[in-house]
Design a protein around this ligand. Sequence first.
Ligand SMILES: Nc1ncnc2c1ncn2[C@@H]1O[C@H](COP(=O)(O)OP(=O)(O)OP(=O)(O)O)[C@@H](O)[C@H]1O
Ligand SMILES: [Mg+2]
Length: 492
Amino acid sequence: MTQRRELDNYSDEIQSLKKRHAQEVDEYEAGLRKKDREMRELREDLRVAQSDLERERETVTSLRATISSQSTAQLTLATQKNVLQAQCDAVQASLDAATATISQLQLDLESSRKRIAELEQDAREAEGVRRKLHNMVQELKGNIRVFCRVRPILPKEATASIAYPDRRDHKEIVLSSSSESATGQERKEVWNFSFDRVFEPDSTQAEVFEEVSQLAQSCVDGYNVCIFAYGQTGSGKSFTMEGGPTESTAGMIPRAVEQVFSVAEELKSKGWEYKMEGQFLEIYNETINDLLGKDEFDKKKHEIKHDKSGTRVTDIVTIPLRSATQVRSLLAIAQSRRTVAATLMNERSSRSHSVFTLKIQGNNTHTGETCDGSLNLVDLAGSERLKESGAANDKDRLKETQSINKSLSALGDVIAALGEKGEKGEKHIPYRNSKLTYLLQNSLSGNSKTLMILNVSPLAVHLGESLCSLRFATKVNNTTIGTAKKQTRSAS
Ligand SMILES: Nc1ncnc2c1ncn2[C@@H]1O[C@H](COP(=O)(O)OP(=O)(O)OP(=O)(O)O)[C@@H](O)[C@H]1O
Ligand SMILES: [Mg+2]
């Protein structure tokens, strides 16, 4: 029994051992499976790691390649940089040199500018001095001056006895006539006259203009200038003022205008800019006609107005002048208008006064100075006396001659009164006595200069008329002495 029990016990023990063993085997197998799984996982991990490693290696290889190429590039760049730096240094050096040159040039420029300004200032001052001196010379010569010009003899004309004794200064003219007295004795009469200048028959337009040109200069300087041609019909007034068609026969009007233009051009460099305009009118029987007008001649009424801006004629055509040559066409227009009028009234141009006016306005852009001048060139009507013109019986002719006489004597009176004013101070000047003097009022007073060219006929038949003209001109010329004296006195 005991054995049996022992056997049973052993059997139980074996049974439990077997159970435990089976359990341990199970556990072991489970552990084995787990290990197996873990190993598989590790293997997978390893594989992944290996492939990662492989990739990384590739990356490293490519990076190494990149690095090596980059370092080559960097080397090249460094070399290039060095070259550029060297170039840059060179450029900087030349820039520095250029800057230095520029500042030197600026200094030079500045001093040159100063010098130019000084020179310009000098030139302007010199121009001012020139103006003053020119005016002084003009005033010493007299603000009213008279020239006498004897025209040449035309074919088949009988000449009067005229002598020119002053061979040096050309200031004298002597007329003489011889006649038989009742007792059969020869009687010789001699008349002496002297003027600022006497031009003999062979004088040229250029010679006459040489004396006139200084007045053209004055009008550019801002003075009012009047030049009159006085004399009997056929004595050469129109020839003197307008002249012929050729260069050498051109008269005072075209020459003066040309001179004014060239002086204005010269003064441009001294800062002067000029504006010029011209008008051309006729005074016939105390009425004004526009010689440059477009409408029918004689139809428009023109009035003379004086105001602050100067003298103005209403409704008159004023033409801006841009060149000296333009004046020739203006003279031609005036001529053709007069020719039309001449068919209505004979010898129109010798029975009327024609007044060409050139107005000059200048301003100096540097100094701000301005000046206003005018040049009046007047071709007066024939000065012959009534009986000479054979007009006493003709009503129209009588009226013409009376208006001419009236205006010419008004002109003489004005000039004489101006001379007396010069000597005695304030005096009434009778400008209003004729259209001519009223029109030229501003140009016959104050800042004005007057020249009368007395045209004389050389003919024997005109001796009486010539003497009249010479006496009239002498009256005007005496005025000169007054003015000239005044200047000498104020100068001393
Ligand atoms: N210096 C001169 N040289 C040459 N010819 C001249 C000169 N002066 C005048 N003549 C001639 O004499 C003639 C008369 O001159 P002009 O017509 O100028 O006189 P005028 O004084 O104007 O006369 P009017 O009062 O009739 O107008 C013209 O044929 C002109 O060409
Ligand atoms: Mg004439």
